[in-house]
Design a protein around this ligand. Structure first.
Ligand SMILES: [Zn+2]
Length: 424
């Protein structure tokens, strides 16, 4: 078992040790790894992520070699494995090493982890909500609470209470007890019965829990605790939070985003939601006005086209290719043509890339069963498009299709072909 120096001092960033095992890269593990007699490197466990840093190996005549530790893991048998960025030379068992941990990363983890203990205890104290899991991510941390929901009032309450504990700068102490003693102490959470000796983290007169993590020595070092969004998860409710420097950085990032939004609206930060609401309403209204105008335009254009077009075999066939209107408008136009006049056929296209076609006719019932509407728009469209590799389909009275973007197709020719097929 590797001796864990971080158990007794979370502030220890430098240490000396001896290499016990060396594992060169293999087919299962592409990175080399070393096990030391003792280490201050924290391995990913209990929700806290691993440290990173350096191992300096005294290589005798070859001089010292600096090895980058990129990941640290807990092996099942109690050894701590340090994974290395592939070095030029691997150390040998028995070599003396000096370890250095990245201090900023360690401090950040201490702030997040101690902050989590405070927050979990605050949720218990105020609302009897038990923390069932803790996750420390790159950007933010989260706890899962065993409760179906957490109100915004409860979030504000827990935030306030947790920060109060931070401001009071309460002592955070580590102590070891037997399992039997721990059971009498009333821990926030008792770990599964694996070990007889338990390491307890105590926040003076506030929280006592079993934990193997690295913690601050006084709650003031957490800096601040900022609760963020909540989310429903399988085991309850997830609460996102950040502590210390992360809270400051995240607040700064939020402020920048909000300032940018406020500048776009030429307003104050706190007026941004109102401005957005107003803009959403306005754009809804504008969209409706635009739709109404297009509808009227399509109707007028349909009437004009029908007016100019003489009847052929008792029906009017309107052929039109729009180069400045999209397929949506072409469809609207075709609907108007076949609704306004009976019987009528509309062979319409939009050449706005990708090219689209709409074939429509007045339904047989509406046209009084006149012989003039006895064509099949779906079949006609398929026939016309198959010659150019396009796809489409529809019913007897309405069909829509297109050709893939970038296809060089003469749309007027397609429409003419269709018109000839139905005997225009
Ligand atoms: Zn913990």
């Amino acid at each position: 078992m590797t001796k864990r120096l971080y158990y007794d001092s979370a502030e220890m960033h430098e240490f000396d040790s001896v290499v016990e095992e060396v594992a060169p890269p293999s087919s299962e593990q592409s990175r080399p790894a070393v096990v030391l007699r003792e280490t201050a490197f924290y391995p990913t466990s209990g929700g806290q992520v691993h440290d990173t840093g350096w191992l300096t190996v005294n290589g005798g005549d070859c001089g010292a070699e600096r090895l980058r530790v990129t990941e640290v893991a807990d092996a099942e048998d109690g050894r701590i494995v340090h994974y290395l960025e592939a070095p030029a030379r691997l150390p040998v068992a028995g070599a003396a090493v000096h370890g250095s941990i990245d201090p900023e990363r360690r401090r950040d983890h201490m702030q997040q982890h101690s902050g989590q203990h405070v927050l979990s205890a605050a949720f218990i104290e105020l609302y009897q909500m038990l923390t069932v899991s803790f996750h420390m991510g790159e950007d933010y941390c989260s706890i899962d609470l065993a409760t179906p929901s957490v109100s915004s009032g409860q979030i504000a309450g827990a935030d306030k209470r947790a920060n109060q504990i931070v401001f009071e700068n309460r002592a955070v102490r580590i102590r070891y007890v037997s399992r039997a003693e721990a059971e009498k102490l009333g821990l926030r959470k008792l770990p599964p019965a694996e070990h007889d000796d338990l390491r307890l983290v105590e926040i003076a007169d506030f929280d006592l829990s079993a934990c193997g993590g690295t913690h601050v020595s006084a709650s003031g070092q957490i800096g601040s605790i900022l609760l963020r969004k909540t989310e429903k998860v399988r085991q309850g409710t997830r609460v996102e939070f950040v502590c210390g420097d992360r809270a400051v950085r995240m607040a700064r990032r939020d402020y920048s985003a909000l300032s940018e939004a406020a500048a776009l609206f030429s307003t104050q930060l706190w007026d941004v939601p109102d401005q957005i609401r107003k803009n959403v309403e306005e754009s809804k209204l504008l969209r409706k006005q635009k739709d109404d105008a297009l509808d009227q335009l399509a109707e007028l254009m349909a009437l004009a086209a029908l007016h100019d077009q003489p009847e052929t075999n008792g029906r009017k066939i309107i052929v039109r290719a729009f180069s400045d209107r999209d397929i949506g408008f072409a469809k609207l136009f075709a609907q108007k043509v076949t609704r306004v006049a009976t019987p009528a056929i509309a062979l319409v296209a939009s050449t706005v890339d990708p090219l689209g076609l709409v074939f429509a006719q007045t339904p047989a019932q509406a046209s009084g069963g006149a012989a003039g509407s006895a064509a099949d728009m779906g079949a006609l469209l398929k026939q016309v498009l198959s010659s150019v590799g396009g796809r489409g389909g529809g019913s007897r009275d309405f069909a829509q299709g297109g050709v893939p973007a970038g296809c060089n197709v003469k749309v007027e020719q397609l429409l003419r072909e269709a018109a000839v097929t139905i005997g225009a």
